[in-house]
Design a protein around this ligand. Structure first.
Ligand SMILES: [Zn+2]
Length: 503
């Protein structure tokens, strides 16, 4: 008889400093679906659930679809939508025996009532299915992993890439480990190690810097007997919770003698390395004026110069409407440039009302919380393109996923095409420009609101990338935010000795 395996995808990275709630509307802008509608929304895309489904087909499982929920990073998830998600997740498990569970979670979700929302999700699943059926979880590399998660889930593995281009592969890996567990070939447990760190070394960027070698070490260790998977989580540091910070998690086979001890040693050694290299930062953060000067000097040879607006990354829960770098570009007379995107639904609507070709004066951006990243800019420009903001990711990240920026207008000001978008979304795909009448490869300068994910799609078309701190909510300078609940001491919030006292 076919095994019944429940699947879900629940993704939210919660920036507890954001003033914007993770409410039902925030999820509905991405997706909030149950049953087959959830599978239909993600099937065929380069995401975890697709990986689950591929293994399910091969193994002949009966898939029990439960819930698919994702919102752009923002503030705490409201209890109303969280409870809805948990209900849609657990209710189908009442309809028959469940042999195993596959959960694609982010790992850094905070709800109004749960600082460890993933732990609460796992607890609800365990309440429904009991202690026996194995649960396999995939996490984003930016997960803040709790000890409770180690108790409740059997298998926990995280993305290995930043930009995240291995979501589907991790889904396959988790499902294959679940299959081996259900067949009795392995008896996995996962353990974790942590240090008093707010964030992983170098934000765990995996394209450059010290994380490259750390990931290679973990890959080699996975080949050892009884070691099934080893993950390095950078953590998500704009979360004022006890469990904030990086971890290493190691899945090991309790049937193999010595595997648990070896897993512990692997995890602790890698966290020692994280501690040792804690001050390393590959990025060089420019001021808005410095970035604008570099852009002005770029001759266009080899493709566009890209300015990453690191601090206003909507993928970290920033507001996507910081104006400081655009203001500097205008002051420096940078032309043949595009801005992707400036989130401002009011300005976008004004452009739609005025119509294509209209010239108008608008207050742009800086509206959500002007103390982060500057206030509105009053600019006169021309509407050169209007769209509904719908697009399909070209990839490599989340290739094939349908997304929406909401109603968009491309507003041209002094040679800079500013994409005014209604929805908050990180810019990490060329389709976000193409849907708005802009060929990003043909521009001399691109200002992109993203920390790191844009690199997967945009570095191949760029002459050069520079990174700027425009003072947005997720600035690398933490002096504008105050932690109250995070465990202390914690580097770099607190100065600490190089040699930590033994745990
Ligand atoms: Zn992430």
């Amino acid at each position: 008889v076919s095994r019944r395996v429940a699947v879900a995808q629940i993704m939210h990275e919660t920036n507890t400093f954001s003033v914007q709630p993770g409410d039902r509307a925030a999820f509905e802008k991405m997706y909030l679906l149950s049953g087959e509608a959830y599978l239909d929304r993600v099937r065929g895309a380069a995401v975890e659930t697709q990986g689950f489904l591929e293994v399910a087909a091969k193994e002949g499982w009966t898939v029990v679809p439960t819930v698919g929920a994702a919102a752009n990073p923002c503030g705490k998830v409201t209890d109303a939508v969280f409870d809805w998600i948990v209900d849609k997740l657990t209710a189908p498990m009442r309809d028959g025996p469940i042999d195993g569970v596959l959960l694609a979670l982010h790992g850094a979700m905070v709800s109004e009532s749960h600082d460890d929302a993933e732990g609460a999700i796992l607890e609800a699943v365990r309440r429904m299915i009991g202690p026996k059926p194995p649960i396999a979880v995939t996490f984003d590399l930016h997960a803040n992993v709790s000890d409770r998660t180690m108790d409740l889930a059997d298998i926990v593995i995280s993305y290995r890439t930043y930009p995240h281009i291995d979501m589907r592969e991790r889904g396959v890996q988790a499902a294959e480990l679940l299959a081996a567990t259900m067949a009795g070939r392995i008896a996995p447990r996962t353990l974790l190690a942590r240090r008093p760190l707010l964030k992983g070394v170098d934000g765990a960027r995996t394209d450059k810097g010290p994380t490259v070698a750390m990931m290679a070490t973990l890959r080699a260790q996975e080949a050892e007997p009884g070691i099934l998977a080893a993950s390095l989580n950078a953590g998500f540091w704009h979360a004022d919770i006890v469990d904030v910070g990086p971890t290493v998690t190691v899945v090991h086979d309790t049937k193999v003698a010595g595997a648990a001890d070896r897993a512990r040693a692997i995890a602790e050694a890698m966290m020692d390395e994280q501690w040792r290299l804690r001050r390393h930062v590959t990025n060089v953060f420019l001021t808005p004026a410095q970035a604008a000067a570099e852009a002005k000097a770029h001759d266009g040879v080899g493709g566009p110069l890209i300015i990453a607006d690191f601090a206003d990354n909507p993928g970290g829960g920033s507001y996507g409407d910081s104006t400081t770098i655009l203001e500097a570009m205008l002051a420096a007379s940078v032309t043949d440039a595009a801005v992707g995107t400036m989130r401002d639904a009011v300005a976008a609507a004004a452009c739609h009302a005025a119509g294509l070709g209209a010239t108008l004066t608008l207050a742009i951006g800086g509206k959500v919380d002007p103390k982060f990243g500057g206030g509105p800019l009053t600019l006169t420009g021309t509407v050169v393109h209007l769209s509904d903001g719908e697009y399909v990711n070209l990839g490599p990240m989340s290739a094939g996923m349908r997304k929406s920026l909401g109603a968009c207008a491309t507003f041209r000001v002094a040679g800079i095409d500013i994409v005014l978008a209604s929805n908050l979304l990180q810019v990490l795909d060329r389709a976000q420009f193409l849907a708005n009448g802009i060929d990003p490869a043909a521009k001399k300068v691109l200002l992109i609101k993203s920390m790191q994910h844009f690199r997967a799609a945009f570095e191949p078309i760029a002459a050069r990338v520079i990174v700027a701190d425009g003072g947005g909510l997720v600035s690398p300078d933490y002096s504008n935010i105050t932690f109250h609940k995070a465990r202390r001491p914690l580097f770099p919030l607190d100065e600490m000795p190089d040699r930590l006292p033994a745990a």
